[in-house]
Design a binder for this molecule. Structure first.
Ligand code: GLU
Length: 537
């Protein structure tokens, strides 16, 4: 009964404790994830369903035209596993063209990487799923075909980006009926996508990476200046990677390794500060914000200098995050002094983070994206897929020159995966997963996940309180530190006295979703900033 009541409410924030839990940025995705859990599915089934449904109902943020990362806690094996299903550059990528971004509208196909979503979700299901593949895909196919109501985040995006989005014939047809943005609450359908999902349900990833759908993706991309081929699609591979691990205050933190730089920030920050020190500073103090911001700026500099696709760039993540290096770094950070970071453009805005957990103790923390709002703003001609613009995450030379470099470790290369900020994370205590979290919102993903992890592990806040707490960002241009609107003037003054250059930002595209275990029972929360939802039973 509880679940029914909660599901009926707008923007659910589950407060009850229970054994099964899900949180996502789409009400329908959360609902369908819970249905999987109730029907004998495990956390992995639920995550696959939620990712697919979210891709239908929040196409601003993610979908089968994109890709992502998952950290999975396998309770039976007591093991954290990372799957990387990030988009990949085509073999024939025009690397020189990437120095002259942004691409013209009719060349936006150049941004599109080989989508990894379908292969990644299939890999999760194949390894752990309990329900049939067709049954975990079916809800997304049904919702695409019969329709869903426009959520608040989608409604806002359709209005804000109308000029651009409505220029794409596929997006215009679905999201701009009679030339107007579909308003909040309106019923939308994407029947072509429904058919595509039905084919994937029946035939698995082959239906996507080969045959008519693959041909449609290639033709659409190439029609907009892209270099994708059928061979690129067929060659796509999910990569299993070793999680980045940090033991901190009795917790085992398992987070995302390269090609994400997000986990590096989290691990470096944990290495720099002990719980007692952070408690002493106090979570609302200028000193606390400042010391975290200093650690984060150093991590962003490491990202720019060293991190690339580990299959292409040479760097030693163990060394980068190692205790020795962090001890030296700690010496250079002080309460009364701020390091300026070279200014460079690195801005991102899309993405969907979801978390699921079942009664056997499995947890999934999965971040998926098409990169910016509606990705490349390019819809396939017949299969209804919104394609990603993930290759825009490759770093141009201009962004590393402020670091005294002539080449980025994250430069575009055939077959490479661009560096990401996505930070899916699972925390284990005494062999049991006690926290799953992650976020959306480009660069702020890593800074937000770091802050949220500390609010839980160092200060013991409930998921609901964590997601509702103010957060700060460290922009790469303009100010050094951005505060959320509504923070006290005294905090700004305190930060300024430490050398921080402070401004105020709205944080309505940055979300954190989280499940935490408290006395053996789970609590979940979705971030109200992006109208996310959570459910527990
Ligand atoms: N492309 C971004 C990344 O992987 C995520 C998209 C965004 O949130 O802006 O880090």
């Amino acid at each position: 009964m509880v679940a029914v009541l909660l599901l009926g409410a707008p923007d659910i924030q589950a407060q009850r404790a229970g054994q099964r839990a899900a949180a996502s940025e789409s009400k329908l995705a959360t609902r369908e994830a819970m249905r999987q859990l109730r029907s004998g599915g495990n956390a992995m089934d639920a995550a696959v369903t939620a990712a697919l449904v979210g891709g239908v109902t929040s196409p601003t943020s993610s979908g089968i035209g994109g890709g992502g990362f998952a950290v999975v806690w396998d309770a039976a094996k007591k093991q954290a596993v990372v799957l990387d299903f990030r988009e990949t550059a085509p073999k024939a990528i025009d690397t020189a063209a990437f120095e002259k971004r942004p691409f013209a509208w009719d060349q936006r196909g150049k941004y599109v990487g080989v989508p990894g979503e379908v292969a990644g979700l299939y890999a999760i299901h194949k390894r752990w799923g309990k329900r049939k593949w067709k049954d975990v895909v079916a809800p997304a196919a049904r919702i695409a075909t019969t329709g869903y109501k426009v959520g608040r985040h989608l409604g806002k995006a359709l209005k804000a980006y109308q000029n651009k989005l409505a220029q794409d014939a596929g997006l215009a047809r679905i999201f701009y009926p009679r030339g107007r943005p579909a308003p909040y609450g309106a019923l939308l359908k994407n029947e072509a996508l429904g058919k595509t999902l039905e084919a994937i349900a029946a035939r698995g990833p082959k239906a996507f990476y080969e045959g008519d759908i693959a041909k449609d993706i290639v033709a659409t991309t190439r029609g907009a200046g892209g270099a994708l081929t059928l061979a690129d699609l067929k060659a796509y591979q999910v990569k299993e990677r070793k999680p980045l691990h940090k033991k901190w205050e009795g917790y085992d933190v398992h987070t995302m390794p390269a090609p994400s730089a997000g986990g590096m920030m989290l691990v470096q920050t944990l290495s720099l500060y002990k719980k007692a020190y952070l408690e002493k500073l106090g979570r609302k103090s200028g000193a606390y914000y400042h010391m975290l911001a200093e650690s984060m700026r150093a991590s962003v500099a490491d990202r720019m200098r060293y991190v690339g696709d580990p299959d292409f760039a040479k760097f030693d993540m163990k060394k980068l995050t190692g205790d020795k290096r962090m001890a030296v770094r700690r010496q250079s950070l002080a309460l009364d002094r701020t390091h300026g970071m070279p200014r460079f453009g690195l801005e991102e805005h899309g993405t969907h983070h979801l978390v699921t957990s079942d009664s056997s103790g499995n947890m999934v923390s999965l971040t998926t994206t098409v990169n910016r709002v509606f990705g490349a703003k390019l819809t396939t001609a017949t299969s209804g897929i919104v394609l990603n613009d993930e290759l825009d995450d490759f770093t141009p030379v201009a962004a590393v020159t402020p670091f005294g470099m002539t080449k980025s470790p994250n430069r575009p290369r055939p077959g490479a995966r661009p560096v990401s900020s996505m930070t899916p994370t699972i925390v284990v205590q005494d062999g049991k997963a006690v926290l799953a979290l992650g976020g959306s919102g480009g660069m702020t993903i890593a800074t937000n996940v770091t802050q949220a992890t500390l609010l839980r592990l160092a200060f013991g806040l409930s998921p609901r309180k964590v997601t509702a707490s103010p957060r700060f960002a460290i922009p790469t241009r303009g100010a050094y530190l951005s505060l959320q609107k509504g923070e006290p003037e005294a905090l700004r003054k305190d930060l300024t006295s430490r050398g921080e250059i402070v401004n105020v930002q709205t944080f309505d595209t940055h979300a954190i979703q989280m499940i935490a275990v408290e006395k053996g029972r789970k609590q979940a929360a979705g971030d109200a900033r992006k109208h996310a939802s959570a459910s527990v039973e």
